[in-house]
Design a protein. Structure first.
Length: 122
C-alpha cells in the first residue's frame, strides 16, 4: 500500500472503532496479529475492544498525528469516554506502531492506552 492508501486505511479502521463495529474491526486485524505485552491473535484484539466498549459506551478516538514508513504506521491518538459504572469521564493519549500487510494489522506495539482504562477507573 502507498502512504496515502495507508492513511486512508487507518481512517477507515478508526471509523470502525468509533462506530464500535466489532465485525468491521475484525476485518482490519490479522488472525495471528502480534501485540507487544498483550495476548496475540485477532480474537484477543476484538475481545479487548468489546470489553472497552461495554465499559465506555461512548468511547471515541481522534487522530492527532500519523506517520507512514514502508508498511508501518506510527499514530498518536486522543481518546475518551464515560465509564458506565462510575459515570467518570476519562481522556487518554495513545501512541502506537502498526504493521499492515494485505490490509490487516499484523503487529502492534505501543504505550498503554484505552485498554488499561477499565482497571484504572473501576
Amino acid at each position: 500500500m502507498t502512504p496515502d492508501e495507508l492513511r486512508a486505511w487507518h481512517a477507515d479502521y478508526l471509523d470502525a472503532c468509533n462506530r464500535h463495529d466489532l465485525v468491521a474491526i475484525r476485518g482490519f486485524v490479522a488472525p495471528a496479529v502480534r501485540r507487544a505485552h498483550l495476548p496475540g491473535g485477532g480474537d484477543a484484539w476484538v475481545a479487548d475492544l468489546d470489553e472497552l466498549f461495554r465499559a465506555f459506551p461512548d468511547f471515541r478516538w481522534k487522530r492527532v498525528a500519523l506517520l507512514v514508513e514502508g508498511d508501518r504506521i506510527a499514530v498518536h491518538l486522543r481518546a475518551g469516554g464515560t465509564h458506565r459504572a462510575s459515570g467518570r469521564h476519562v481522556n487518554v493519549a495513545e501512541f502506537g506502531i502498526l504493521r499492515v500487510a494485505d490490509g490487516r494489522i499484523t503487529e502492534y506495539a505501543g504505550a498503554p492506552g484505552a485498554t488499561d482504562l477499565i482497571a484504572s477507573v473501576a
